[in-house]
Write a protein that binds this ligand. Structure first.
Ligand code: PLP
Length: 309
């Protein structure tokens, strides 16, 4: 740890070293800021321990390759610096809290002088997961709505890369939240198949089997992969397939997955009650328990402990 950093303030890794978070700033001509020409990834901690950090960094490096950005660092260095940031910042959180650690790499700062090469901007930062804001989702389930804006087709910009271009998903969220501020958007593709939300993958459960949209249509969530493995371990049939609103309206259970949500049950799709209307259903409950076992802590309890008393 650099001598000028106090143990009482959050740090970030910024272009080669750890500095106090308050001293980090992105230059006004950074391509990530002016064009969204950047990639990122996000890992969460459980009790201060990172979960699947290596898998997230592997996906980050695939996103970098897709955008032809060389971060000037190896995956091992990215992992090591990410752990440094977590190990310094996690003890500063209130007890019982956890956080995301995010790596963000842009193509660099565009010079106003001709011929000046760009060097990537590399940031690793952490911040708290909003447990209190989301706690009721684990009591009541998430209400999802499919907005009219379709997900950008994969041949235009692959959703498998996690880039700074989230406007398509944000437009979906804005539309949905205008009519229901508590609903989460899950976008359909141009053919009417379910894709994903701004930060989550969707699963449907029908007749004891678990299904999720194909990998080409979505960001292949690390949690999505973990859940598919857990389902196989529980002898549940798993499929990656086209799913439309008929499938969603007739599903027995449904849930979202993401790094921070882990597995969160869905209560409604476009206002229609999912299953018996009392989420989580038995399969989702089984998967949630298996996820907690794997993560080494009861993540549902962690969320529920933030409900107002
Ligand atoms: N889809 C999108 C667009 C996302 O941004 C995320 C979040 O990273 C996910 C899905 C879920 O992926 P993960 O489980 O790796 O968090």
């Amino acid at each position: 740890m650099a001598a000028n950093i106090s143990s009482q303030e959050n740090v970030v890794f910024f272009n080669g070293s750890l500095i106090p978070e308050k001293d980090a700033g992105i230059p006004i001509r950074d391509r990530g800021f002016i064009y969204g020409d950047a990639v990122f990834d996000a890992t969460r901690t459980f009790d201060g321990r990172t979960f699947k950090l290596r898998e997230h960094i592997h996906r980050l490096f695939n996103s970098l390759r897709y955008l032809r950005i060389d971060p000037g660092m190896t995956p091992e260095e990215m992992e090591r610096w990410s752990l440094e940031v977590v190990n310094h910042n996690h003890p500063l959180l209130p007890s019982g809290q956890d956080m995301w650690v995010m790596q963000r790499i842009s193509r660099g700062v565009e010079s106003t002088e001709p011929g000046v090469p760009m060097r990537p901007t590399v940031l690793i930062e952490s911040h708290a997961i909003p447990f209190a804001r989301r706690a009721s989702l684990y009591r009541d389930g998430i209400s999802i709505v499919t907005p009219s804006v379709p997900r950008i087709p994969p041949r235009f910009l692959s959703p498998r890369a996690k880039t700074h271009n989230y406007l398509n998903l944000i437009m979906g969220d804005l539309e949905v939240q205008d009519s229901d501020p508590d609903a989460w958007a899950v976008l359909l593709d141009e053919e009417g198949n379910l894709t994903e939300g701004r930060g989550s993958n969707i699963f449907l459960v029908k007749d004891g089997g678990v299904a999720t949209p194909q990998g080409q249509l979505v960001l292949e969530g690390i949690t999505r992969g973990v859940v598919m493995e857990l389902a196989k371990g529980l002898d549940l049939p798993v499929s990656e397939t086209d799913l439309d609103l008929y499938d969603a309206y007739t599903a027995d259970e449904a849930f979202l997955t993401s790094t921070s949500l882990c597995i969160c049950p869905i209560s409604k799709v476009n206002g229609a009650t999912v299953g018996d209307g009392n989420p989580p259903g038995p399969v989702t409950r089984q998967l949630m328990a298996a996820f907690s076992d794997l993560a080494g802590m009861d993540y549902v309890e962690q969320y529920l402990s933030h409900l107002p008393t």
